[in-house]
Ligand binder design. Structure first.
Ligand code: GTP
Length: 323
């Protein structure tokens, strides 16, 4: 849990903001109920429940874009509503929303929702106190402007860092980290019986390295990655798991469909991939997502199938029995 928070900045911000808001508003909720202020109490309760639901969504899905976008909408809506009901006393919430929105959602969503929030809150404040609070309007605008500039800069850096961290530098296809995230996502979104995994391993690859050198081995890995990419169909993904092992994640609906895909890929490699010493072949193991709750268990079933295909002498496929 701690490592997920450490590795996913957006998840950490959603969790922090969601739980702090829920705790603060939860306390207000108790106070309002004690005073019999039922209207605002209901509103507080709705925001608390929605915040907790968004934090849950972010943790369950593993990806945080959707949860982040919802959080931004709620954040901004809540800040506008606070201005409407509490007047200038709510200006602190506007600062928080204007700044945190940029860490929660894609830049475009944050920019637009921030602009709407700024105009709406400024109009409400003007209606309440007129030009007397002009300094608040100026500081809101400054916070918005600086946050926007800072977030753009940060996004450019984090995009290139993310690319470096998620792509295998040799073959330029997604790496093991990306695979793990996508497998987790498939399990979290209930893809049982609708997603298949293929694990491919080059046959006797050590001989290529030992006979023709490491650079020749690298060239074979690059050519295989290009070929596997060409073999992808709509919704398919390919990853380099490590060494001479590649993985494909396919949206297939049956074991038969996964078997056909495995056979097609094995055949494409055997007929089209040529290394320095002649034709290159792969062994392919596969497994449909069954009752697994951990990606490692799913992967282990596909890997055990790969072992069977290897035992058959390579250039073969084997698909795991359903659980
Ligand atoms: N050139 C190159 N070789 C790599 C890379 N990663 C792993 N290898 C090599 O891959 C080879 C794997 O050897 P083995 O595990 O014995 O596999 P194999 O020779 O294909 O044997 P089987 O899988 O049983 O057919 C080793 O020689 C590793 O050095 C890489 O990035 N580049």
């Amino acid at each position: 849990m701690i490592s997920r928070l450490r590795n996913n900045f957006q998840l950490a911000i959603i969790t922090l903001l969601g739980l702090v808001t829920a705790v603060v508003l939860g306390s207000f909720l108790v106070w309002r109920v004690a005073r019999g202020d039922w209207g605002v109490a209901m509103l507080d309760a709705a925001v608390v429940v929605t915040m907790v639901a968004i934090v849950r969504l972010a943790w369950r899905e593993g990806r945080t874009e959707r949860a982040g976008a919802w959080m931004v909408v709620l954040n901004s809506g809540f800040a506008i509503l606070a201005c409407l009901t509490l007047g200038p006393a709510a200006s602190g919430w506007v600062y928080v929303a204007l700044m945190t929105n940029f860490y929660l959602a894609p830049l475009r969503v944050a920019t637009w929702s921030g602009a709407v929030l700024l105009v709406a809150s400024a109009t409400l404040l003007w209606r309440d106190v007129g030009p007397y609070h002009i300094s608040t309007l100026v500081t809101w605008s400054l916070v918005y402007g600086f946050s926007l500039v800072f977030a753009r800069r940060l996004r450019t850096h984090s995009d290139s860092l993310e690319l470096m961290a998620s792509v295998d530098p040799l073959t330029r296809i997604p790496n093991r980290g990306m695979l793990e995230a996508d497998l987790r996502h498939a399990i979290a979104t209930g893809q049982t019986g609708r997603a298949g995994l293929l694990v491919l391993d080059i046959d006797r690859f050590k001989t290529v390295n030992d006979t023709f050198g490491h650079a020749a081995g690298d060239a074979v890995l690059i050519d295989l990655a290009v070929l596997l990419r060409e073999e992808l169909r709509q919704g398919d993904s390919v990853y380099r798991f490590g060494g001479e092992e590649f993985v494909m994640l396919l949206p297939v609906l049956s074991e038969q469909a996964l078997t056909r895909a495995a056979e097609r890929v094995r055949d494409a490699v055997a007929t089209r991939l040529v290394g320095p010493g002649g034709r290159i072949t792969v062994a392919v193991g596969g497994a449909m997502l069954s009752a697994e709750r951990d990606w490692q268990d799913w992967f282990a079933r596909a890997d055990a199938s790969l072992y069977q295909a290897k035992r058959a002498g390579g250039n073969a496929i084997h698909i795991a029995e359903p659980l």
